[in-house]
Design a protein around this ligand. Structure first.
Ligand code: UT7
Length: 326
């Protein structure tokens, strides 16, 4: 029996030129390189230039992904952009990306699940592709979180950065459809809005009519993160029969190295299989996973046929996992 699978054909990423180190931030608020590195693992982050918008980062990442996949823009019929920092309240940043790429057919929309956005977007695109309604998707995570930060709040401004990453996925007929075949094998999404006030932006068009600033009870988020992450990964293992030992690469959302290390340890995933970019990118929200994927592809770690485990957790709370045979 043959069935459709969403197969990754290529990926790409883009980071703004300007790099802001911990020492640079120590010039703005009372903090230190030592505190930031010890508590988060972050050493530097990229910051978008004035006038450089989320869609601009997204377009650069999308172009890199298309080139990597050997797919032309007019072969794309679905664009899903995961972002919490859209260029405008509307229209969707995805339509801006679509126009910049010269695509006039298919569908383009944004999806907002904060730091879990990329996993939610990947799962969404997978449903479209495996239903047969669309053929090739650009799944993009793009953020300019620097624009949401209160640069006088040391508990949040040290944590985040800007960037974008993208994957090209194609619906392919897989005969057999076993777990050894390439493609998205399983996705698991969760939300619990009771936690919405632990990590949020204190503005919006429907409430304050302003953009607002990011507010977070960091310790509370940390307290829930490891349990939620490991739960939803156990769901992926249960659905596929794979175990931690079968994983070639663990590519988690990059919020805090301590959360990543604790999650990997609890699951029994060996440290050398964990892809870390939080040291150089900070937390780029929905962009962090595709940025990390691009880094691990570029240096030859992730190869065709590898079993890659993705996970994210963020505002809402939202959290999710995806298991992909590259
Ligand atoms: O991607 C979405 C998900 N978000 C996350 O996963 C973030 C989760 N949370 C975290 O990563 C951590 O909670 C933080 C990195 C935000 C904070 O680390 P922590 O170990 O939980 O520190 P804390 O909040 O308990 O603060 C410890 C101390 C406090 O001082 P007192 O009360 O002990 O005197 C803070 O005021 O560190 C102080 N502090 C700082 N000191 C220097 C907080 N921020 C800073 C700072 N520099 N930037």
């Amino acid at each position: 029996m043959s069935r459709l699978r969403s197969v990754v054909c290529g990926g790409g990423a883009y980071l703004p030129e300007r790099i802001m180190t911990n020492s640079d931030i120590a010039g703005l608020v009372e903090t230190s390189d030592e505190w930031i590195v010890q508590r988060t693992g972050i050493r530097a982050r990229h910051i978008a230039a004035d006038g450089e918008t989320t869609s601009m980062l997204a377009v650069r990442a999308a172009q890199a992904a298309l080139a990597d996949a050997g797919v032309s823009a007019d072969e794309i019929d679905l664009i899903v952009v995961a972002t919490s920092t859209p260029d405008y309240t509307f229209p969707a940043t995805a339509t801006q990306v679509q126009a910049e790429l010269g695509i006039t057919h298919g569908a383009a929309f944004d999806l907002q699940a904060v730091c879990s956005g990329f996993v939610f977007a990947l799962a969404t695109a997978d449903k479209f592709l495996t239903s047969g309604s669309h053929r090739r998707a650009l799944v993009i995570g793009a953020e300019t979180f620097s624009r949401l930060l209160d640069w006088s709040d040391r508990t949040t401004c040290v944590l985040f950065g800007d960037g974008a990453g993208a994957l090209v996925l194609e619906a392919q007929e897989i005969s057999g459809g076993g777990a050894g075949d390439r493609g998205v094998l399983t996705t698991h999404l969760r939300s619990d809005g009771r936690h919405r006030n632990k990590l949020f932006v204190d503005g919006g068009p429907g409430s304050t009519r302003t953009v607002g600033h990011l507010r977070m009870e960091g310790r509370e988020v940390f307290r829930h993160a490891v349990g939620m992450i490991t739960d939803v990964i156990e769901d992926a293992f249960r659905a596929t029969g794979f175990t931690a030992e079968d994983i070639d690469w663990f590519v988690p959302h990059q919020a805090n190295k301590r959360i990543i290390d604790a999650s990997a340890q609890k699951l029994g995933i060996a440290p050398e299989k964990v892809v870390i970019t939080v040291d150089q990118h900070g937390n780029t929200s929905a962009a962090s996973i595709p940025l990390a994927l691009a880094a691990a592809r570029a240096d030859g770690r992730i190869k065709r046929g590898d079993l890659v485990l993705l996970e994210a957790m963020g505002g809402g709370f939202t959290w999710g996992s995806a298991l992909v045979r590259w």
